[in-house]
Design a protein around this ligand. Structure first.
Ligand code: ZN
Ligand code: ZN
Length: 175
């Protein structure tokens, strides 16, 4: 959802309440894609503060389906979004160049990007279902929290095993 700002910025002290909702259904964060499993419509309040300054106010929440970094168990987590700020659109023009995400572009405010800008710093780099999560067995793929599969955990990671083969071939060739 994109909101044209000129309608607000051209009228002194203009205040509008916009019924907004998210269009995105997923969030791409640090090469992980998280589904948004729950988000409700919300009111976005915009206020003309004069001299190209825009007041923004939003209160909403959404649920992201995070997952455990070790065993991949899904971990739905609720995030509360509270935005109450005044941005200077003259300064923001410069900010656009350095910021990866910016929510005001060519006179339009992008609601999804506005929410992402607030959400990103809140998403944990890695979530764990439990600090003691034992993760997934590298040998048989079982969730080691659910069962003790009994596999020898000293066995190499399959991805590393490729290197192991290369090394053993190398050794054979050099005999
Ligand atoms: Zn886990
Ligand atoms: Zn196993």
């Amino acid at each position: 959802m994109k909101i044209k700002l000129s309608d607000i910025l051209s009228v002194a002290n203009k205040k509008v309440d916009i019924n907004a909702s998210l269009e995105m259904t997923q969030v791409d964060f640090q090469n992980n894609i998280y589904d948004i499993t729950d988000s409700s419509p919300f009111v976005l309040t915009l206020l003309n503060h004069g001299k190209n300054k825009l007041g923004i106010k939003v209160d909403t929440k959404l649920t992201l389906l995070l997952y455990c970094g070790r065993c991949l168990t899904e971990l739905p987590e609720e995030f509360y979004i509270h935005i109450e700020e005044v941005i200077d659109l003259d300064e923001e023009k410069e900010r656009t160049l350095i910021e990866e995400i910016y929510y005001v572009d060519k006179g339009f405010l992008d609601v999804d990007k506005l929410i992402l800008d607030e959400l990103f710093p809140m998403i944990p780099i890695q979530s764990l279902c439990d600090d003691n999560c034992k993760g997934i067995c590298k040998v048989c793929g079982a969730n080691r929290n659910d069962m003790d599969c009994g596999c020898d955990q000293s066995v190499m990671d399959p991805r590393m095993a490729v290197f192991g083969e290369v090394f053993s071939q190398f050794n054979l060739e050099n005999k």
